[in-house]
Ligand binder design. Structure first.
Ligand code: NAG
Ligand code: NAG
Length: 457
């Protein structure tokens, strides 16, 4: 699948959903972006990397240049079934700035929310690469991961997410030879929701059983899903934030089928091999409503340095993960994560005790422990994970699980229901796209290294 036409000049369409010709060849040129590796004592080495946009955002077409997929439906002639479709379809290069609203500058990347070219593009999902054909693998067990973020232009309903997933570093092209495009074209995505909206998974198309979304003109769900462990370092807008590990029984990318995928698209959310909920630390949800937001202790009007530390039992990079700690740096001040004020849930770290107590007190299903908890998350981190930088709005739950009261049927005063001060009527994607077309997020200054090596002045 995703064969790339090498010898023929393609007329590029604006994106897979709108199929309007812009009459230009589109070579795949990844925007460059640096990051740093630090060592004990705080000296850091700059590494040249680059970003690539996820294959799911791209134009997929036949050898003749016809769309394989338009809007939220497949072309039944080119794509009658998973195998034929994979053989017939080609992924094209991306115009990062004009079509996807993605720009880089030295150590930073900016993701715009709505980009109007000849079509309308909503958000993006990027992966950091070490070179043109391989994703960078980050090994952060026993280490810390630090970055700067500007969420000042992300209102209710938006989510600027920076996270790690256990994707294959080559996008899966070695394991699945029918995937000829590989990491260079952003293939191989997976996460702990075992997403079924991906057009290609494990060398196969996802046409069989495809049901177009009822409320999203660009997506649908097929029979296949793509599972892997996910460590959400950062999911945030200017009103709320969460840090959330999601382990899977098998950490590395694997394909799932239909309802056994679990997650939001399946009849049983908890029926898959991954933990779709995770164990989240959201300061607001943990009782401190004055900690994060505009003009609050962590002021979302200005750039925030976010430090996430992965502490092991023996302090090594191959020990057992026992705690995830969060620090923020703003105006030169190092600020610890706020401490839980919820009865029966203590502290400000994500550790086994916190997670077990939180699930109990909030009355949430403990799928986190069921899928191996922090120890299992640590194994995934040890093996190395791919960095994802994204900006999205939420066609399933209006992002209320992050920034409002959720579920909306529960009383906002019940423990765990209030997660942020956004109204329960906010976050409707059509409104968000209409009201905040100029929203954007900037991620910069990414650093990894031993504990306390990346943020001290
Ligand atoms: C690209 O990066 C991968 C992994 O980081 C490495 O194994 C490979 O040798 C690199 N390829 C080139 C051409 O530098
Ligand atoms: C919220 O967190 C800040 C910083 O840790 C602290 O100073 C403040 O007292 C906390 N507020 C509440 C209500 O716990």
């Amino acid at each position: 699948m995703y064969r790339i036409l090498k010898s023929f000049i393609l007329l590029s369409l604006v994106n897979m959903s709108l199929s309007q010709k812009i009459g230009k060849l589109t070579p795949e040129v990844h925007p460059p972006m640096t990051f740093q590796k630090c060592s004990e004592g705080g000296s850091c080495e700059t590494i040249q990397g680059e970003v690539v946009v996820d294959a799911n955002w791209r134009w997929v077409h036949s050898a003749q240049g016809q769309n394989c997929y338009t809007g939220n439906t497949w072309n039944p002639t080119i794509c009658p079934d998973d195998e034929t479709c994979a053989e017939n379809c080609y992924l094209d290069g991306a115009n990062y700035e004009s079509v996807y609203g993605v720009t880089t500058s030295e150590d930073s990347v900016r993701l715009n929310f709505v980009t109007q070219s000849q079509g309308k593009n909503i958000g993006s999902r990027l992966f950091l690469m070490s070179n043109e054909s391989n994703y960078q693998l980050f090994h952060v067990l026993g280490q810390e991961f630090t970055f700067d973020v500007d969420v000042s232009n992300l209102d209710c309903g938006l989510n600027g997410a920076l996270y790690l997933v256990s994707m294959d570093s080559d996008g899966g092209s070695a394991r699945f030879p029918t995937n000829e495009a590989g990491a260079k074209y952003g293939t191989g995505y997976c996460d702990a929701q075992c997403p079924r909206d991906l057009k290609f998974i494990s060398g196969s198309a996802n046409v069989d059983g495809w049901i177009p979304s009822t409320n999203n003109p660009n997506t649908g769900y097929g029979n296949l899903g793509s599972c892997c462990a996910e460590m959400d370092l950062w999911e945030a807008n200017n009103m709320a934030t969460a840090v959330t590990p999601h382990p899977c029984d098998t950490s590395s990318q694997s394909v799932c089928k239909s309802d056994s995928c679990g997650g939001a698209a399946s009849s049983n959310r908890y029926g898959g091999i991954c933990d779709p909920d995770g164990c989240d630390y959201n300061p607001y949800r943990m009782g401190n409503t004055s900690f994060f937001g505009p003009n609050k202790m962590i002021d979302t009007n200005s750039v925030i340095t976010v430090v996430t530390q992965f502490i092991t039992d023996d302090g090594s990079s191959d020990g057992k993960l026992t705690s995830i700690k969060r620090l923020y740096v703003q105006d030169g001040n190092v600020i610890s994560q706020s401490v839980s004020t919820i009865d029966g849930v203590e502290g400000n770290e994500v550790n086994e005790e916190f997670c077990t107590n939180q699930k109990k007190v909030f009355g949430d299903e403990d799928s986190f422990t069921k899928h191996g908890g922090l120890a299992k998350m640590g194994e995934a981190l040890k093996d190395g994970m791919v960095l994802v930088l994204s900006l999205w709005d939420d066609y399933q739950a209006n992002m209320l699980w992050l920034d409002s009261s959720y579920p909306t049927t529960s009383s906002p005063t019940d423990p765990g229901v209030a997660r942020g001060s956004c109204p329960t009527t906010s976050g409707v994607p059509s409104k968000v796209e209409q009201n905040y077309p100029n929203a954007y997020v900037v991620y910069s200054n990414i650093k990894v290294g031993p504990i306390d090596s990346t943020y001290k002045k």
